[in-house]
Write a protein that binds this ligand. Structure first.
Ligand code: CUA
Length: 319
């Protein structure tokens, strides 16, 4: 029954909380559904039974019935208290990370997620976690309020600027789950997605080592520069605003942009070359192309020189 209901509401349960969470979630739904049916049927029956039969029909005078009033007050009261107690127990569990939880720092910004690990490793868009071990996320935002939401883990929490928020979970087994931003945060909100990759502790550790030794946010340095740029373009969610096929999104398309002359908001025109692209990545507000809003976040501190070079090579190829 429970699994059947889940098919309608939620993706497969993949965290330690999920089973408890689903029980409560489904209990509330079943209880609500039973009440909905009972009340609707009662209304329909009463409408027919007590309808006005003739013009001179006088409805009966109904006085209070104590036992009835007590019944319909006390039963819902206990139902609500029961749900409160149940919810409070699960809520406390979700807010009490175990002492030995593995800590990962999460930074949200318009419109991507970055993850920093204790050994210096860093990833963008994809959160790596060890399966079977409790993980605690310490989260902050660089700009507006975002919300970290992994439906398969049944966890969601606001990520705020100037303050930390945290949550924890244990991913049950190696698997990949979707990550969403659940707080409207601007034009790129719907594209602010990512993945949570749960790996066996051995795989996770070898990924950590690799990522810390200049894996470049996951872009393997063995690949050609333009291919690394393509990987960075995807990981940093550039595609949310910049298309590769000439279609206009929030920002200019990259198709045919290299070497072209673009007109700026100031009326001046500028040739798209390496310096222009580099400046646009690090200081996006310096030169705004006419007709586009000044909404791009800076990637200073997110992308290093090598990664910027890779992106430039990638943009060159978009003819
Ligand atoms: Cu970030 Cu919505």
């Amino acid at each position: 029954m429970m699994n059947f209901l889940n098919k309608f509401f939620l993706p497969p349960a993949r965290s330690n909380f999920a089973a408890d969470y689903d029980k409560l979630f489904n209990f509330i739904h079943i209880a609500s559904f039973i009440l909905l049916v009972a009340i609707t049927v009662t209304i329909v029956v009463f409408v027919i039974k007590y309808r006005r039969r003739s013009e001179y029909d006088v409805p009966p005078i109904i006085t209070d019935k104590k036992w009835m009033e007590i019944t319909w007050t006390v039963i819902p009261l206990f139902l609500v208290l029961f749900i409160f107690g149940w919810g409070f127990r699960d809520y406390m569990q979700m807010n009490t990370p175990p002492e030995d939880a593995y800590e990962i720092h999460v930074t949200a910004r318009k419109w991507l997620w970055t993850f920093n690990y204790a050994n210096g490793a860093k990833s963008t868009g994809t959160l790596h976690v060890p399966a079977g071990k409790p993980v605690k996320l310490v989260m902050q935002s660089k700009d507006v309020i975002h919300s970290f939401y992994v439906p398969a883990f049944r966890v969601k929490r606001d990520v705020r600027p100037n303050a930390y928020s945290s949550l924890w979970f244990t991913a049950m087994k190696p698997d990949t789950s979707n990550l969403f931003c659940a707080e409207y945060c601007g034009t790129g909100h719907s594209g602010m997605t990512g993945k949570v990759v749960a790996q066996s502790p051995e795989d996770f550790n070898s990924w950590l080592q690799q990522a810390a030794s200049g894996g470049g946010g996951g872009a393997s340095s063995g690949k050609p520069l333009a291919a690394q740029g393509k990987a960075l373009f995807e990981q940093n969610a550039c595609s949310t605003c910049h298309s590769l096929d000439g279609s206009v999104k929030t920002g200019p398309s990259f198709k045919g942009v290299w070497g072209s002359k673009v007109t700026l908001k100031s009326g001046k025109s500028v040739t798209v070359d390496a310096n222009y692209v580099r400046e646009s990545i690090l200081h996006p507000q310096a030169k705004i192309v006419q007709g586009f809003p000044p909404v791009m976040p800076t990637f200073q501190g997110t992308l290093d020189d090598h990664q910027i070079n890779a992106l430039i090579e990638f943009i060159k190829k978009q003819q």
